[in-house]
Design a protein around this ligand. Structure first.
Ligand SMILES: [Zn+2]
Length: 143
């Protein structure tokens, strides 16, 4: 199943062009496999930064997927956007409106979606994609 964050899909509808998606599921599954084989401990894989944990609990979008490590909570997805006019540490995007606003005002934005377990601190990059300003894609749009 190919799943885009809801913000990305809605951004498309309102004119933002979303492309260059990278899926990190293979790498993520490899880590989970190593954990299940006992080659990685919980300390190795459940090391979410306190800021990331806070973002996951307060503004993360709950997914339908159980945490692969503790299986006690649903994975939460947190989106961070990086771009030339944005803070070097990235901007945590919490709503579709925010994402669309950033897409209008910034160039060469990259959005990173991180999956986080609010229970055990498991975290891994889920996917990343470039978000381009709406005006740029409109130029190349076929009438
Ligand atoms: Zn967990």
């Amino acid at each position: 199943m190919v799943s885009l964050p809801p913000g990305a899909l809605r951004g498309r509808e309102s004119g933002s062009h979303v492309s260059g998606q990278v899926d990190y599921r293979l790498a993520r599954n490899a880590v989970v496999r190593e954990f299940r084989r006992g080659r990685l401990s919980r300390l190795d894989v459940c090391d979410a930064h306190p800021e990331l944990m806070r973002a996951a609990i307060n503004v993360g979008r709950e997914s339908r997927e159980d945490c692969p490590i503790c299986e006690l909570a649903k994975i939460r997805l947190v989106s961070y956007v990086f771009g030339t006019r944005l803070a070097p540490s990235g901007v945590c995007v919490t709503s579709d409106q925010e994402m669309n606003k950033l897409a209008r005002n910034s160039r060469d934005m990259v959005c990173y979606v991180v999956e986080v377990c609010p229970n055990c601190s498991w975290n891994h990059l889920a996917r990343s994609f470039t978000v381009q300003p709406a005006s740029r894609s409109q130029h190349s749009r076929v009438p």
